[in-house]
Structures are given as structure tokens and as C-alpha cells.
Write a protein that binds this ligand. Structure first.
Ligand code: ZN
Length: 192
């Protein structure tokens, strides 16, 4: 089953996600639905806020992405097929001060057809739990690092438009305002 993706400026996108403390069947099925929703929308990442729930869960699947990046999951380098799609619960990201920065154009499923360049760290570490509550550590670079940073931002109510440089943000300002207006109108029209 797939879930409805909420668009900017739905208030839930600005909510900080609560930590997950119960790793039960309901969490596993929610994570499964998030994965279906991400795949159906042709996305490479999706955060719980984007389907209307402010909790610390996001999903990532970079198998379709044509990009070069590196990873170490729990100290090993398994093929992507083995651990993607990933369910990331309660993530804690660390970025070294010496991490190189890289610019890349990003999109977001909550901002249909809006894209803009965001500068992010190109190397990160992340500690997280999976849907069963097992702890993992991941070190990664490139698009995987970027995707996780983007999704973890969502879990804290931070959006990619907040990360853009002023000049980049200005270029999409009209589209962002129009989207916010559309979302407001849809919410007003939706049965509660
Ligand atoms: Zn996003």
C-alpha cells in the first residue's frame, strides 16, 4: 500500500520527528509502506514527515541512481542490493569539520518539479537503527551521503530550500510560493 505524500507548506514538514522507542509490527509495516510510496513516486529517499507523521524514520534506495559513491556498513562493504532499500530509524549523523563539500542539484518529493543546488558534506557517518531496532553504523560518500543528509534534515523539520544559498533560493521563490498556496487550497478543500 502506498501513502499520500504531503507537499510544502504542510505544517507537518516543519515538525521535529519523535524518537522511535517501540520496534513492532506496526513500525515494520509503516516502513514497508514508506518504501512502496518512495518507489511509486520514483524517489531515492523519503522521510516520515513527508507522509504526514513526525517520527524519526526515513527510507533510502539508491539502486536506481547512476552515481558513484562509497559506503561501509557495519565495517563491511556489502553490495547495494543486499541492504537497499534501507530503513533508517533514529539516525545520528556526524560530519567531520574536514569533510569536503560538494554542490549538486536536488529535488524533493514534497516539492514537485522544483529543483535547486544545495552544498552538502560529501563524506558523513551515521549511526541508526533498522526497523527491528538493531543498531548500525554507516560511513558513506557522494549521493548516498547527500540523500541521508536530506532525509535526516526532514526528520528535524529542515527542508532543502533552507539549505540553499540565497541566490539559488531566489531563483525558485515564485514556484515555492505557488506550491505553498496550492497546498493551502488543497488542505482547505480536503474533508477533515
Ligand atoms: Zn525531501
Amino acid at each position: 500500500m502506498s501513502l499520500e505524500i504531503v507537499h510544502y507548506n504542510d505544517p507537518v514538514l516543519r515538525k521535529k520527528g519523535e524518537k522511535i522507542t517501540v520496534f513492532d509490527e506496526a513500525l515494520a509495516s509503516f516502513a514497508g509502506e514508506m518504501i512502496d510510496t518512495m518507489h511509486k513516486a520514483m524517489g531515492i529517499g523519503l522521510a516520515a514527515q513527508q507522509v504526514g507523521r513526525a517520527v524519526q524514520v526515513c527510507v533510502v534506495d539508491l539502486r536506481p541512481a547512476e552515481a558513484e559513491f562509497e559506503w561501509k556498513l557495519d565495517g563491511a562493504s556489502p553490495p547495494l542490493e543486499v541492504f537497499m532499500p534501507m530503513v533508517i530509524v533514529n539516525p545520528k549523523v556526524t560530519v567531520s569539520k574536514r569533510a569536503p563539500l560538494a554542490p549538486l542539484e536536488e529535488g524533493c518529493l514534497s516539492f514537485p518539479e522544483i529543483r535547486g543546488t544545495v552544498v552538502r558534506a560529501d563524506v558523513i557517518g551515521v549511526k541508526f537503527q533498522d526497523e527491528k531496532g538493531l543498531a548500525h553504523t554507516l560511513e558513506c560518500t557522494g549521493l548516498l551521503a547527500r540523500c541521508i543528509l536530506h532525509e535526516v534534515d526532514h526528520l528535524h523539520g529542515v527542508l532543502f530550500i533552507d539549505r540553499m544559498e540565497k541566490e539559488v533560493r531566489a531563483l525558485i521563490d515564485d514556484s515555492v510560493k505557488a506550491l505553498a498556496k496550492r497546498t493551502r487550497a488543497e488542505r482547505a478543500a480536503a474533508p477533515s
